[in-house]
Structure formats: structure tokens, C-alpha cells
Design a protein. Structure first.
Ligand SMILES: Cc1ncc(C[n+]2csc(CCOP(=O)(O)OP(=O)(O)O)c2C)c(N)n1
Ligand SMILES: Cc1ncc(C[n+]2csc(CCOP(=O)(O)OP(=O)(O)O)c2C)c(N)n1
Ligand SMILES: [Mg+2]
Ligand SMILES: [Mg+2]
Lengths: 323, 329, 323, 329
């Protein structure tokens, strides 16, 4: 049982990786916590002053630098801070990094990781609330991790680096607030990298989650239990590889399915889960439901913003809806 | 320094600058209240003279673009402080009905059609507005107010190259609040001040754009440079680059007492770099203006600001369902 | 019945729009045909020499210029040529243009269009074969058109411009080769903008297509007919708005569904169609099938490349597979 | 001109340049054959001296990056012409088993680890390779060969700013084949030559990077500049910008006859701008080398090239199923 907050755990994981492997450097500064948690990465700068490269405001440039550094012997972790800024680096993340191993027929590898604070963080408005994960899933050659618990933050960084694949780390700006300490719902899940975790076993309905929706989903599941609905919560953990098998098995068993996803609805992560289930011909008692952010830019104004977020309440309503 | 602006205009400049100062101090004061959405604001304290000097040199038909640090730009362009603050609080009475917030503050009705909070996001957009003017033969300028950090983003170079090649009527106002460089920690997490060039104006000149560096805390210099740039723009002379140099406000210095202008400013920054105090001191010394008049102006502005705060606080949020308005099918 | 090639039709449509409205300009040069059809846009330059702006190689810059020009009174059509280059302009297309109308509460509009030659064009390798349409569908605020026939190219440009929405025109590098002249399969489809077209009525199975897969799908349907499988081909025509209703109605009727899509499988256009059908609880006789490009970067080598393309043969096989 | 390279090295330079010329002529000749994948190739004709001059100044441990116009770079670095052509034909014997093709030609085993066909795509990547060298204290340079068009992309500025700020060991070789600008149609569909700067070297200098412009058709000047740049790089002196100026090959001039070097070149371009003919003429004039020797070299190179073509033609395609190899799960 890990007694750390999520934010502490991710810094500990990075520090551990840096201690173990001299080749691991940080490009972009120690912005793992974004503006609100500026100091989160400070221990890294302190322990490894020569291995944390603060950069100009030049996302395309410094992500490209990481690609080049990775292919010539380093293992950079790039911090882009708010994920909306990763759009600036799109050509390198979408059209360079993921193609290199394939295009050189396996001769050149790009062992790098890009850390992003994604999500509707409240008051980020349309331009600081990006959830780009589904776009990354459209991009063959990228590995995508999305740890939701302190324990997963601790155990997923190293295998991601070891894989030598260009990896996008989908973090969520609000996870740090959630302070998920090791608790009965998350402990002891020594799930293999690339496999989904059943965070809560249940027999009535399968709830597929990842990242922040895992937190919200587990809360919703507890409330559903009080209403007599026994929810099985499947946390995807990595979006590529995508563990369709665990989802299919669970949904096949419960015969009911809700997918909770902060992406916009159309072509989001949940669309892929839903399509996979449909294609596999899983026999559901009721049609599945996607609980996403609607296809709307994110407003600044608080009531409007709250209206759009796939919250605990909304997930609970969706669970009720498939019963 | 001989004021390049006639006295009554300097007075108006001070009014705008004081309004910005009081507005920003209000934002600073309430920014940790639970009803304040978001985690931080980017204040314009110390840069008021740039905003006012540029705005006073422009015409209503000019199109103005800003950045994340926009409060001073909208106010100096004539925005109502109540509606501007309402926007920052996410209220329905804001210039964008609370959709934009502090990061995206703009005022379409004042020809500030949109604001990007992305560093460099508005640069090519402002060039596009200049293209419209040139293509349609309109006598208006596009004005881009931006921070020195923008010059670290590649899009800046793409944008100024287009503006120069096409000789577009644009005024590029770079607000270098990281001046002089030696004052700046270049290893800041966000790398501000991390440009390998010696002088920002050299960059513009390399792209064939006339460039001038002015004291951004001196409203007259800013005004003069902008008048010349606007003249160049509307007469077909193409873009101008103005570097307005200021020293960043250290923050946390509380409410400004205008009487520091002729008294004892609390910090070296206030003495040397505070645009508001400098202009007030100049007016006070000029003998056309008394200390009393200055303090009266300040209390009128402060009164306006209290009313603005009250207005913003009293305004309703747009209801939750309004989230689906203005959504394309 | 339109007697034009697809390439001719799209130029005619743009010329018509330019004649009707002085505000329409072209930014990026007349690169509607890409390298291979450099001369396609020449008539536009000839007729409107002052309204075609050739640009430096600065996609982010000139797309942004179009955004600014659009919000201040012009109606730019931006030509990016090969769609892979649009990644350079991602910050403007994803994080500026689509948010502006919403973020200004309807005060500022961005009536612009971005034309892209997408698709696996043969020998484009990993970096010149982008199909970014599903990423655009993840982006609320963008309109996405994808005309597949000469007639649609003719009739869809004007309403897209009239809508005053930022619009992405998903063209396909190989459509020009297809020379779809007005034929029985495409004529007289005066389908409303935003509605899918039933290109071929059928009762056994619904095949959902758009763009290049419409061409391949119609051919596959003819061959299926020879085998006694009566295929209904639903061409989406626009990806946003997405006409789910027509798909649901058709699939509900035929109770079999194949979706042909050149995107990578995961989170592609077909995922959204499949998810929508699953969510609507359409009762299918057999599980639906997605016929996509697999999640693989595109290789240069011809046999490898052909292996990955959702070709006529593969679509036919998928149709057989759901019978 | 006094040859800055000793004669035997000039001879080796000519060999590499001739190989590139014959290779590119071969590509040109077969590029419309049905078995030739893709619609066009970007040939290196006219720029051979730059490729050869740079390559001869480098060490094997240096890391070299290129662009869409890469054939000459891989060949001058020592790539086998048979395998290079096989790659262009998509064959399994190519340097990347046919995965890369003409646009992405590279040779990881020759420390050319990857090639982007995106204008500017490799720029920051090359800076990253330089960061590795500096971070690990390795005595090697990163070398970026790129076209003038790259300077229209913003990423160029982000990249050189980083290289300059961090004083990285990189040699930025800008192959300006649009020189002089007056020769260039700036309204070309792709806007080549559309940079508002007067001199490309000014741009680098503005970012604090030492810069030199050389005649890119003169192998000696290119070599000298590269030797100096490499020296600066490995001794901690940071980046260097070299502008190698050439006039673009007009195209469609068929197979070069080496005897034009001392005879009658068919066009002004061949007379003035053809790097191969210029070097051959120089050697011929130098009296150490006879016309016969030169023609013999040419026929050896041509023979090598025929064998290369045969090898590439005879090589198999990777089978369709191999499409799924090297795919991450
Ligand atoms: C593309 C992008 N990267 C990073 C940020 C985060 N950010 C917001 S303001 C800022 C500093 C900008 O500096 P400057 O342009 O000089 O403006 P100043 O804040 O000094 O007025 C940064 C890095 C952003 N908004 N957009
Ligand atoms: C981002 C991007 N935009 C456009 C292109 C299409 N393109 C390929 S080569 C080229 C011209 C490049 O000019 P330059 O860099 O001078 O190289 P040259 O061909 O002259 O050697 C263009 C525009 C591309 N490959 N990538
Ligand atoms: Mg600044
Ligand atoms: Mg060139």
C-alpha cells in the first residue's frame, strides 16, 4: 500500500528512473505539476541540476530536440505542462517520433516520454482544457499511458521508458488534487504493464474508465452500490496498448456497459471501446452508454463548465440508465 | 523629458493608466477568493503606459489583438471595467458572457475581436487582419500587443515574414517586460527571457521591418512610436516593430498610493519603473497639475473601480444550459 | 448529370464561389491538386490573380493569417496541399479557429475553409499519407466536408462557405484519378448539406463510406451484387455534421453493417459510426465490421503499402464477412 | 582559385560528386517508369560539391541529418549506391528495407539515423543529437543539411535559438539553391525563396551564431567552412551556420558529358554553376590530372552505377506481410 499522493508518486517515479539510468534527462523544466503545483518538480531539479533542461517557449523545437536526443542515446522525459501546448509540437509527436522505428525498419529507436497535464482543470476555458488522447490513439507508433492512482504512477514510468517507444503520458491536472493514497480500492493491483485493472469487481454493470474518470467512476460505483447496483470498474491504465480483452471479458460477463471518458464524444476514447465491443458481438442486455464531455468547446464560466464535465453524478446517472 | 503629448492628453493617459492599476490591484486582491475562477491572473501592473500610449494613438477602426496579459489592453481601448471584471469572474454581463475569462479577454465591439491565450496564438491572426485591410484597401491598422516570450515561438517568425513580404499594415508591439535581460533568470521554468538575440529589434530588422525600442513605462514615447507606426501602416509603408521595454512588476506590493509619486516610494521598482507614479510625478512637476487634482482623479477612478467590482459581483452567471449555445450543429 | 472529373469540379466550385463573393480569397496558392496536379488550380490564378496568395512554407503562419482574415471580413480558402503538412498548423486549426465563435459567445465568426489532400496516395510513406479527419472530429467547432463525387464537389463548397464556420475540406489525393463523372450511381443526388447520401440502395447490408472509400465501396458493392449480396452504400459526405440518423435507419433496415474508412483503426471515423450504432441499440444480425487501415505507419514499399489500404477487395471481403 | 584541398582529396571529391551525378541522372531517367514508386524525386544535381565537401570534413562518429533532397547526402557519406537505389525503389535490400523511399533516405549504419521529409522536420532533431553529444561529453558534431526553404518554417528559429542558447555542437548547413534571390520566382506555388531577409547569414548572426556564406558549387570552400565549423563544435564553441549557395539545376538537361568540362557546355548553367564540370575543369587545368584519367574515373563511376541499378532492379520487394513488422503492439 503506497502512502503518497498522486503528485508525489509521479515525481518519485521519475526520480527513481533518473537514479537508475543516467540517460534519463528532463527537457522542458520540471513542470510536472503545471502552474498550480510549480514546486512539485523542485526535488528533481535539486537532485539532478544538470539533467533538467529548462527551455524557451518553443514546444515544437524542444519536443523535436527530445526526439533527436532519444535517437542518439539519451532518454528524455519532456514536460509540456498544460496539454493544450502540445498542439504546437504536433508535427514532431504525430509525424516524426511515432514513424521513426517503423520507417527505419527497426534500426532507430526513439525512447522518449512526453508528459502532459490534460483535462478540464476548471477555468482553463477552451484553450487550456485539452484532452488530446484520442488523437494520439489515432497515431500508430505512440505508446500512451494514463496512470490514475499513486501506485500506478509509481509502477508505470519505468516500463514505459524500458519499452524504448515514444510514449505520451496522459496525466490530469486534477489528479494531484484527488490525492489518491493507497486505499482498499487501489491497493495490491500488481497489474502487468499494458493490462487494464479491475479496480472494483462487480456483477451488474461494467464501467470502463481511465485517468480522472477512474477516480470519479469509483466514487460513482460506491454510490451505485448503495442503490443496489454492483459495478465493475475497469481502469484501462494504458490507452496504447489498449487492453480490449479485459473490457470484452467484463462486459460479456455483466452484459451492461458504460464508458466514462473526458474526451469530446465524437471519435473519443469511448468510441473505440464501444466499437470494439460492438465488433466483438458482445451480447448486451441493454445498449451501451458513453459518458463523455459533449462536443462543445470548454467555456470559462463555472456553471457552464460543470455542465459539460463527465462528473461522478453523470457517471452514476449513466450507470442507472443501463440497468 | 518634454512631454510629447499635450497636457490634457497626458491627463487622459494617466486616467487610463490609473484605471488599469486599480483594476489589476482589485484582481490581485480577489484572486484567492473562492468565487474567483482559475488559479492565477496575469496582471498588467508596470506596463500601463504601453497600453495607454498605444491605445491613444489608434483609431476606433483599427483592430487590436492581445495575449493572456490582456486586462490593460481592453481597458485602455475603452472597455467598461465592470463588464471586463464580470468577464474575469465568468459572469453573463462580461464582454463574452463569461466564456472567455481572464485568459481570453477581448471586446469585439471595440474592434478587439478575439483573444488567444496561447503564446504566439494571435500573431498570425493579427497579420490576417492586416491582410484584410490591405486586400480591401481599408485605411486601418492591425495592432498586435504581445510579450517578449512570443519571440521564442516559431510562429512569430512565420508571421513577421508574411507581414514583411506582403508589406501589411500591422503594428507589432512587443512588450518586453523582461528588460534588461541581465535582470532575468533565464532558467525560469518557462524559460522566459530565453532568446539568444542581443536586441529584440535586430530580429525585426533582419526581416526588413523598421524597428524601434522605447521605454515602455513612458507613455509619451510609446505614443509617439505608435503614431509613426500607424502612419506607416495606413500609408502603405508596411509593418513596424516597437519594443516597449519595462521591468517586470515584482508582485505582492499591495495597493499603490499615488502620493508616492511626490513622496517616498516603497521599493526601487516603484521609484524607477512604476509607469503610473512616473507620469503622476511628471504632471505634478509640470505645475499645470496639482497634487490635489491628481488625488481627485485617483479617487474618481477608484470609485469607478468599486462600482465595477460591485457590478461584476452582482451579475449572474450564465445558466448551466447556456453551455450549449453558440455550438455548431 | 455533371460531366466533369472530380478535379475539374472542385476547381469549378471554387471559381464559382469566388465569382459570387469578392471576399473569397485563396491563401497558400492554388495547390488544390498537390504536386501531381500542379496545373489543376491554374485557371483560378488566371481568373483571380489578385485573390490567390502564394505563401512561404509556413503552414502555421498562413493558416493563422486565414483565421485573422476571416474574422475581419474575408472568406479565405487555405490550401495546405498534402494533408500531412496540416500538423504544422495544428495550433491554429485545433485550438484557435474552432473555439472563436464559442469563446466570444457568438460575436466573432471565422468563415474560412482549409483544403487538404489526405490519404494514402501511394508512395507517400509514413509522412505523406495522413488521414487526420478523425482528429478533426474530436474537435468541437470544426465543420468537416468530404465530397466523394464530382457533383458533391460542385454543390458542397458554397454551403460550407455560407455557414461561416471554420471548415476542413477532406479531399483525397487519389480522387482526382478516379475521374468520377456523373454516372448512374451518383446522379441526381440532391442531398441536403449535412445529410448522408444513399449512393446505392440495397437490402442485405449497409456499407458506410466517405471520400475515397465511397468510390471503392461502390465498386465492391457491384461485385457483391454479382454474388447475390445487395449492398446499400451510405456516403457520409460531411463528417461534421455527422448524419447518424441515415446510418441508423439503414443499418436498422439491413441489420448488417460494414464501415469503410481509410483512417487507422483505433479512434477512427468508423469507431464513431460503430459506437453510435451500438449506443442506439440497433439490432444487427451479425456483429458490425470496421474496414480500416490497420494501426500501422504507412510504408513506402508498394506491396507493404497495398497490404494496408482498405481496398475494394478488402471491403468486399468485409461485406462477405457479415453475411 | 587555389585548391584548399590537396589534389588526391580533390580527386576523391570528384569521385563522390560524379557518383552523385550519375546516381541522380539514373533516378531521373527511370522516374517515369511504371516500377518507380512515387511521383517525383528531388535530385541533388548542381549541389554535389556541397554534399561532398561537407562529408569529407566529417568523422564517422558525427551524426548527419538531411531532408527530402537526401540522395547526395547519403552517397557522399559513403552509402552503397545499389542499396540507396534499392531503397528508392522500395526494395528489401534498401537501407531501410524499402520503408523509407526517396523522401526519407537515410543510413543508420553510417550515423544518418533517420530522415524526415517534412520541411524543417529534422531541424530540432539534429539539435537533439547535438544535445546528446554535449550532455555526454562526446567529441562529435551533429550536422544538419537543409534547404533554404526551411528558414520559412518557424521551427527553424526555435531550433537555432536552442542550439545557440545551449551552445551545442551542431553544424547548420543551409543549401541555398535559390541563390541569388533575383533568379527566383517568389510566387511559386510553394513559395520558395519567400523570405524577407536580405542575407540568410544575418538570421543566424542575429541569434548569436557564427555564420559564413560559401559558394556551394566549390567543394574546397565548403570543405574549409565545414572543417572550421566542426572544430568549433567539438571544442565547445557551439553552433555554426554555413550557407552553401548554388543556382538550382534547371532540369531536363539529360546525361552530363564530362568532356564538357574542357569543351563546350550546352547551357550557361553548365558553364557557370555545374559543380561537377567546374571541379573536373579545375583538375584538368591543374596539369596533375589528364583528360583521360578524368574520363576513366567517370567510366568507373558509371560502371558502378550500372551495377547499382542492376542490383536494385534485381532485388525483391519485401513481402506484403512484412508491413506488420516493427509495429509496436
Ligand atoms: C504555446 C504556449 N506555451 C506555453 C504557455 C504558458 N504560458 C503562458 S504565459 C507564458 C509566458 C509568456 O511570456 P511573455 O510572452 O513574455 O508574456 P508575459 O507573461 O511576460 O507578459 C507562458 C509560457 C502558453 N500559454 N502557450
Ligand atoms: C511542412 C512541409 N510543408 C511543405 C512541404 C512540401 N515541400 C517539399 S520540398 C519543399 C520545398 C523545400 O524547399 P527547400 O527547403 O529550399 O529545399 P529544396 O527543395 O530547394 O532543396 C516543399 C514546400 C513539406 N515537405 N513539408
Ligand atoms: Mg514577458
Ligand atoms: Mg531550396
Amino acid at each position: 500500500m503506497v502512502q503518497m499522493t498522486f503528485g508525489e508518486a509521479k515525481i518519485a517515479a521519475v526520480a527513481q528512473a533518473m537514479r537508475q539510468d543516467e540517460r534519463v534527462i528532463i527537457i522542458g523544466g520540471a513542470a510536472f505539476g503545471g502552474h498550480r503545483y510549480m514546486t512539485l518538480g523542485a526535488p528533481l531539479v535539486q537532485e539532478f541540476p544538470k539533467r533538467v533542461y529548462a527551455t524557451p517557449i518553443a514546444e515544437l523545437g524542444y519536443v523535436g530536440v527530445a526526439v533527436g536526443a532519444a535517437m542518439t542515446g539519451l532518454r528524455p522525459i519532456v514536460t509540456v505542462s498544460t496539454s493544450s501546448f502540445v498542439y504546437e509540437a504536433w508535427p514532431q509527436i504525430i509525424n516524426e517520433a511515432p514513424n521513426i522505428y517503423y520507417m527505419t525498419a527497426g534500426q532507430t529507436k526513439v525512447p522518449m516520454m512526453v508528459h502532459l497535464l490534460t483535462g478540464i482543470r476548471t477555468a482553463g476555458a477552451a484553450q487550456h482544457s485539452a484532452r488530446p488522447q484520442a488523437m494520439f490513439m489515432q497515431t500508430p507508433g505512440l505508446q500512451i499511458i494514463s496512470p490514475a492512482t499513486a501506485e500506478d504512477a509509481l509502477v508505470m514510468v519505468q516500463p514505459a521508458l524500458d519499452s524504448e517507444r515514444p510514449t505520451v503520458w496522459i496525466d490530469h491536472a486534477l489528479l494531484m488534487e484527488e490525492d489518491i493514497r493507497g486505499s482498499s480500492s487501489v491497493q495490491g493491483q500488481q497489474t502487468a504493464f499494458g493490462k487494464a485493472a479491475i479496480r472494483r469487481a462487480g456483477k451488474d454493470v461494467t464501467l470502463v474508465t481511465y485517468g480522472i474518470t477512474t477516480v470519479r467512476g469509483l466514487n460513482a460505483a460506491e454510490r451505485a452500490a448503495a442503490e443496489g447496483i454492483d459495478v465493475e470498474v475497469v481502469d484501462l491504465r494504458t490507452l496504447c496498448p489498449l487492453d480490449r480483452d479485459t473490457v470484452l471479458e467484463s462486459a460479456g460477463r455483466t452484459r451492461r456497459l458504460v464508458i466514462a471518458d473526458e474526451c469530446s464524444l465524437t471519435c473519443g476514447v469511448s468510441a473505440e471501446i464501444a466499437a470494439s465491443v460492438a465488433e466483438a458481438g458482445v451480447d448486451l442486455a441493454k445498449p451501451l452508454k458513453r459518458m463523455n464531455t459533449p462536443d462543445v468547446p470548454i467555456p470559462f464560466s463555472p456553471l457552464e463548465e460543470q455542465e459539460l464535465i463527465p462528473s461522478e453524478d453523470k457517471i452514476l446517472a449513466a450507470l442507472r440508465g443501463v440497468m | 523629458m518634454t512631454p510629447p503629448l499635450p497636457n490634457e492628453q497626458l491627463w487622459e493617459a494617466l486616467r487610463r493608466m490609473l484605471l488599469i492599476r486599480r483594476f489589476e490591484e482589485t484582481c490581485d486582491a480577489i484572486s484567492h477568493e473562492p468565487y474567483f475562477p482559475g488559479h492565477h491572473t496575469h496582471l498588467y501592473i508596470g506596463q500601463e503606459a504601453t497600453g495607454a500610449g498605444v491605445a491613444m494613438a489608434l483609431e476606433p477602426e483599427d483592430v487590436v489583438f492581445s495575449t493572456h496579459r490582456n486586462h490593460g489592453h481592453t481597458l485602455s481601448r475603452g472597455a467598461d471595467p465592470g463588464r471586463a471584471l464580470a468577464e474575469i469572474l465568468g459572469k453573463a454581463t462580461g464582454y463574452c458572457r463569461g466564456r472567455a475569462g481572464t485568459l481570453h479577454g477581448c471586446a469585439p465591439e471595440l474592434n478587439m475581436p478575439y483573444n488567444s491565450a496561447i503564446v504566439g496564438g494571435n500573431l498570425p491572426i493579427a497579420v490576417g487582419a492586416a491582410l484584410t485591410a490591405k486586400h480591401q484597401g481599408l485605411s486601418r491598422a492591425s495592432v498586435m500587443m504581445f510579450g517578449d516570450g512570443v519571440m521564442e515561438e516559431g510562429v512569430f517568425y512565420e508571421s513577421i515574414n508574411l507581414a514583411s513580404l506582403w508589406q501589411l499594415p500591422i503594428i507589432l508591439v512587443c512588450e518586453n517586460n523582461a528588460w534588461p535581460k541581465e535582470d532575468i533568470q533565464t532558467s525560469q521554468p518557462e524559460g522566459r527571457g530565453s532568446l539568444a538575440t542581443k536586441q529584440l529589434v535586430n530580429v525585426a530588422e533582419t526581416f526588413g521591418i523598421p524597428a524601434i525600442a522605447v521605454d515602455g513605462a513612458d507613455v509619451g514615447s510609446v505614443y509617439d512610436a505608435t503614431v509613426a507606426a500607424r502612419q506607416r501602416a495606413v500609408s502603405g509603408g508596411g509593418p513596424t516593430f516597437i519594443e516597449a521595454r519595462t521591468r517586470g512588476w515584482p508582485g505582492g506590493t499591495g495597493k499603490t498610493d499615488l502620493s508616492w509619486a511626490w513622496g517616498e516610494p516603497p521599493t526601487p521598482w516603484h521609484r524607477r519603473d512604476d509607469a503610473v507614479l512616473r507620469l503622476a510625478a511628471e504632471l505634478e512637476r509640470s505645475a499645470t497639475t496639482s497634487q490635489k487634482q491628481l488625488l481627485e482623479l485617483d479617487s474618481r477612478v477608484s470609485q469607478t473601480m468599486s462600482e465595477a467590482l460591485q457590478f461584476a459581483m452582482d451579475s449572474p452567471y450564465p445558466p448551466a444550459e447556456e453551455a450549449y449555445a453558440n455550438v455548431w450543429p
